[in-house]
Design a protein around this ligand. Structure first.
Ligand SMILES: Nc1nc2c(c(=O)[nH]1)N[C@H]1C(S)=C(S)[C@@H](COP(=O)(O)O)O[C@H]1N2
Ligand SMILES: [Mo]
Length: 418
């Protein structure tokens, strides 16, 4: 695509034309092919291909469920998360803005700046990063803070994620700690502020779609990476190519895609979607529907214990009195999962599942149970993870909060015993 290299337009047309061209380039990235007449489409017209069904033709992620096309948000059905390591094509996508043009995103043109409360501000090319610091390859779980939002009552605005805003891919990168050490943290450094190359939905270049950060201790955790590869390959454009942060176990909004800058702060970062109601929950339990003042909201840190049943797929037919394998994944933010149980009687009794150790800290854990349904009829299988601190998943959404974060309710599937 080179359609964005157009001569300057009269000022009155600049914003709308620019927004449209951005859409054209963004759509090309989504569809995996150029859109030759993108410029001719009236503003606001989304391609039919993006709207037709859950099975979208988005070339890179054809199996995902599209929740929104502007910005693009796609979740992964639970049965497609059955691999130990999530394939790139099945990693969910959460965008707050419009991703950078793909033809402008190359390893050669990219750099990331580390500045603020550091002794030596750095601007590093990708080659610098790859050559000068030890590399690390880790399986890391990333979950959107709003995963499960769909099930709160009253509902919250935002993407209506069900269970699929979670991935655990194998990331290759460098430790953020090594890069921060190279820059030299001042004693005043308390927080990071992350910036990426995506642009605001309004098209206003002065607005930032998302800029979150983490306390220095989390930034210095050896599992927090600046990554350039997924599962040994270039990461998908939609997941942050060519460079992104991976801050596992915390709301994935901390994991800035298309990373261009880390501003080391002497205060809690106050970038876009750090303050107010974004990625925050009430400091105390509230009745559903309560309006909570901003000053009573606290920033979400570690995500809660959670699990998925990834096989069989919900709706399966299964012979009665014949044992079959039920399996899935479990994770618990900064913690480990200690126990996994399944129920075939709507949670009245539970059967312990086999639970693996994580491949490394912050990888999800695999579990499996042999289940036998006693007679023909409708059954549900419910899955419940318990973390090392004894916290277990509730059967219904926990702690209602205004924006619908942190729903770690149990996942369940329907099984027809025949
Ligand atoms: N630059 C940038 N980084 C971003 C976002 C974004 O909109 N822009 N979205 C964040 C949110 S809210 C989530 S849940 C994760 C999703 O990562 P993924 O799209 O690779 O699955 O990216 C995070 N990083
Ligand atoms: Mo998110």
């Amino acid at each position: 695509m080179s359609t964005h290299r157009t001569p300057p337009l009269p000022p009155s047309m600049t914003l709308s034309r620019r927004a449209l061209l951005r859409d054209g380039a963004g759509l090309a990235a989504l569809l995996g092919m150029p859109v030759p007449f993108a410029k001719a489409a009236p503003q606001g017209v989304a391609p039919l291909a993006l709207m037709q069904s859950a099975a979208t033709p988005l070339a890179a992620k054809p199996e995902l469920t599209l929740l929104n096309s502007r910005p693009v948000n796609m979740e992964t059905p639970a049965h497609l998360l059955d691999d130990a390591i999530t394939p790139a094509s099945r990693m969910f996508v959460r965008n707050n803005g419009i991703p950078p043009y793909t033809d402008e995103v190359t390893d050669e043109s990219w750099s990331v700046t580390i500045d603020g409360e550091v002794n030596t501000p750095l601007t590093l090319s990708i080659a610098d990063i790859k050559s000068q610091v030890d590399t690390e390859t880790l399986q890391l779980q990333l979950e959107c803070g709003g995963n499960g939002r769909r099930f709160f009552t009253p509902g919250a605005s935002g993407n209506q994620w069900t269970f699929g805003a979670i991935s655990c891919a194998e990331w290759t990168g460098v430790r953020l700690a090594d890069v921060l050490e190279r820059a030299g943290l001042k004693s005043t450094a308390v927080y990071t502020g992350h910036y990426g190359a995506d642009t605001h939905l309004s098209g206003d270049p002065d607005k930032v779609p998302l800029s979150r950060g983490v306390p220095i201790e989390k930034a210095m955790d050896p599992h927090t990476l600046i990554a350039w590869a997924v599962n040994g390959d270039q990461m998908p454009d939609l997941n942050g190519h060519p460079l992104r942060l991976v801050v596992p176990g915390w709301p994935a909004s901390c994991s800035q895609k298309w990373l261009t800058r880390i501003w080391v702060r002497d205060q809690v970062h106050d970038g876009a979607k750090m303050a107010g109601q974004s990625y925050r929950v009430p400091a105390y339990p509230v009745a559903p529907g309560t309006e909570v003042p901003d000053e009573d909201m606290v920033i979400i840190e570690s995500m809660p214990v959670k699990s998925l049943i990834t096989a069989p797929q919900t709706g399966v037919r299964q012979g009665a009195r014949q044992p079959f394998a039920v399996r899935g994944k479990a994770w618990a933010g900064d913690r480990r999962v200690a126990q996994m149980d399944v129920s075939i009687d709507f949670g009245a009794t539970w059967q312990k599942a086999d639970l693996s150790d994580p491949a490394n800290p912050y990888a999800w854990q695999l579990w499996e149970a042999d289940v036998t349904l006693p007679e023909a009829g409708y059954f549900e299988i419910w899955a419940r993870a318990t973390d090392e601190a004894g916290e277990a998943q509730p059967p219904i959404p926990p702690g209602w909060n205004p924006r619908g974060y942190l729903n770690n309710m149990q996942h369940r599937i329907a099984v027809y015993a025949v």
